[in-house]
Design a protein around this ligand. Structure first.
Ligand SMILES: N[C@@H](CCC(=O)N[C@@H](CS)C(=O)NCC(=O)O)C(=O)O
Length: 206
């Protein structure tokens, strides 16, 4: 059985949603990210000490959100986690990469861990402000991508699971107002039984 290592409310929530959408049994173990990586037992499983981490049936470990999402999609075709056709699939991967690499790592990364970008505290407010700018611009880009559509590529895909986790951070954790198409997408995602189940499992109100 696949086993997801996650932290409640972390980016791993997107992979948790995909596992629920697939509907096959899986294990999930919460990891405490508060201690420094060398002190985490979990570091022995994933030397990067990051969630999401997926330990698969054969014991091998897969890391990085886009790689896990892609692998789950191609190994579970019945769940239709990728749209049909090369163009739509490329668009799903494009959106997922933008969410993870830019909105999360460059945007939220600056807001939550300014010390990773500038050792001197004197620059931390400026780093956080730049992170917020990157994140808000990301929301604008994704709002445009959603225009006239229920999901990023029209039908639900891995891209929506990625977009959901940054929408969740923005709306539920930071109290930000989402632009209209993202707000509708976030509501639509929360109405999916898989998303409601994951929010409950991770200890959040749906
Ligand atoms: N590039 C990684 C990012 C994963 C990541 O940054 N995860 C965060 C939680 S949202 C984490 O595990 N942080 C723990 C730490 O930095 O010590 C991915 O795509 O999976």
């Amino acid at each position: 059985m696949n086993k997801l290592y996650y932290a409640p409310g972390a980016c791993s929530i997107g992979i948790h949603v995909l596992l629920e959408e697939i509907g096959k049994p899986y294990d999930a173990e919460a990891v405490d990210l508060r201690s420094p990586p060398p002190e985490r037992a979990f570091t022995a499983i994933n030397p990067k000490s990051k969630v999401p981490t997926l330990k698969r049936d054969d014991g091998s470990v897969l890391t990085e959100f886009p790689a896990i999402a892609y692998w789950l999609a191609v190994t579970n075709p019945a769940a239709k986690l990728l749209p049909e056709g090369a163009e739509a699939q490329a668009r799903a991967l494009e959106a997922m990469d933008y969410v993870v690499a830019t909105m999360h790592m460059q945007g939220f990364g600056r807001m939550f861990r300014p010390g990773n970008f500038a050792p001197s505290e004197a620059y931390h407010d400026a780093v956080k402000a730049r992170g917020k700018q990157i994140f808000e611009n990301g929301l604008k880009v994704m709002d445009g991508a959603l225009a006239g559509k229920d999901y990023v590529t029209g039908t639900f895909s891995v891209a929506d699971a990625a977009l959901f986790y940054v929408e969740f951070w923005a709306a539920a954790r930071m109290g930000m107002t989402l632009p209209p198409n993202c707000a509708a997408h976030y509501a639509r995602m929360k109405a999916r039984p898989a998303v409601a189940a994951v929010l409950k499992q991770e200890g959040f109100d749906a």
